[in-house]
Ligand binder design. Sequence first.
Ligand SMILES: [Zn+2]
Length: 384
Amino acid sequence: MPRSIETVTLPVVLQGTVRSLQVFRYGKAGAGPKIYIQGALHAGEMPGPLVIHHLTRLLDEADANGEIHGEVVLVPLANPIGFAQDLSGTHYGRFDQASRENYNRGFPWIGAEVAARIGDQLTTDARFNVQLVRKTARKILDQATARTEFDHLRLALMRMAIDADYCFDLHCAGEAPLYIYCDDDPGEGRVAEFAAQLGSEATFIHAYMEEGRPFSSAVGQLWLQVARAVGDSGKPLVQPGLSGTVELRGSRDVDDATNAADAANLLRYMMRRGIVAGDPGPLPEAKAEPQPITACDHGYAPRTGILAYTVPVGAQLRRGDEVCCIVDPSIADFAAARFPVLAGCDGILFDRAGDRLARAGEQIFRIAANEPLPHRFGKTALDD
Ligand SMILES: [Zn+2]
């Protein structure tokens, strides 16, 4: 069955403006595992859409050979509202100008409602529970209503993804290698396998997080949400696949060779998980072991000024090493004008900001440690 191209039209909120999503589907619903991949939810982040562009070529070929055993749903441009936010020649794709909300926040967190509807029907059979939870979740989302354009968009994306075994939201950072946040660790080495296949240089596993509600967590932590609401460990509720947010390097790391290689890795991953037939070859050696999210340290600008990095992305740091200086050129004394920001832990500098004007309190770097950091316990991993 060839690729189907579906146009999902969002309800009209602004008279004269129609927003829609182009959705590419392969395979057949229910035939095998389902994978959902979207790009550019932060609407100016272009690595994801280019990866999906290359992935469609690979999947068209696999499809022509009858090799698609599961279901693949691709949404290359997941945010038509943000895509249109061009202000005087500068694109603003991270925040919704109308609500001031981050586009990757506030997705429907429906686990408690699922539990309220079916808590007494859950059994000791994990597979049965998966089907029941999904059926109920679909129903809740189908019945949900929205008022704002952004709320309609959130619902539209969730409806396509909620019953996926594998759900990946493609993003990018300022300056970074490829890194990954998984929403949960479903066991069986699944996080490590995905990270190794994609060549992730830092991989973190989120704890349950009620705050923020990013897209992939709203999908992937559904199982944790229902389990918490039911509160009965005898009723297994385990994520059947994997979900996460993939940061495809920095915002300017966009080119055909790099992103075609990412697409090839995603196809190999689909082969490993039985979604597409074929031999993925040996699993590449892991570049980094998955860590809990508390092994990710954040550095913040102590004041507003020029952001001058001392060390490059990839630098191996010791606690107390200088990562950058915030320079205030309005201070006449040279030394007094420089405000060093130090590493808060041993680890690898894996993420630097894309801008060189740092605003006071803004996150300006991240360091991947190889163990949980007590000073990160209980803190949010989301900074905006
Ligand atoms: Zn993003």
